[in-house]
Design a protein around this ligand. Sequence first.
Ligand code: HEM
Length: 227
Amino acid sequence: MSTEAAALPQKTPLLQSRLGSFLAVVPLSIWVINHLWDNLAAFSGGAAWQSSVTTYAHPFSQALAFLVSLVPLIFHTGWGLVRLLSFRPNNLAYNNYGNLKYLLQRLSALGALAFLGAHIWKAFLAPRLLNGAPEAFDDIAREMRFHGPTLVVYLLGTLATAFHLANGLQGFGMAWGIFSSERSMRRFEPVVIILFLVLLAMAWGSLYALYQAGEALGPRTGTQIEM
Ligand code: HEM
């Protein structure tokens, strides 16, 4: 780089480039892990799931939870989209594991974006805004059991999110200098794989519990209102 170029102001200030990365982990990743944990209450039935996932002690805590998860998500999505726009895949020329994960991090980001858009609208906003009540256990359980596209979207969306989060932590460690060498970064690899599998087991476990519960409820009848 010439001294003239070095003297020019940086296109992306450090704070801005690091903030998107920081918000992805604190609070977004923490929120996602907590949300997956809450959803495991589906194994204990409708009342337990409803109290764990959709009930808030106070409208203020509901608004706060929404802000704490949504604002970082919007910021991180903008930060991620800027990175995606400058991405030129070269996996055929450099066919190695690290480069494959780099590509998958970006593909899973697009999967997570599509899934989260649909999920936030269908499961959080629409029931509250259109029906004045949170998503009901019976509705989501029935959808999971009797509406194939919903089940497929949830299976793939949570797969993308689990990979994106687990693999993203390694990228985060590199960006923040937590790994002092390439060797220490590679030693983190089993942690990424285990975390990915644990997150996936939590997500797919909840989907399985909803699917099972849906069977006992039976398909929606003509008299039931669609959410
Ligand atoms: C539940 C939602 C999400 C979580 C928990 C999450 C988490 C993460 C984490 C932990 C990282 C690593 C940060 C770093 O490299 O410093 C990351 C990277 C990334 N995220 Fe997300 N993310 C989510 C949604 C999204 C969405 C919706 C997009 C939209 C396009 C996106 C795009 C990206 C991109 C492109 C990277 C790679 C950045 C790079 O390597 O330069 N993410 N994400």
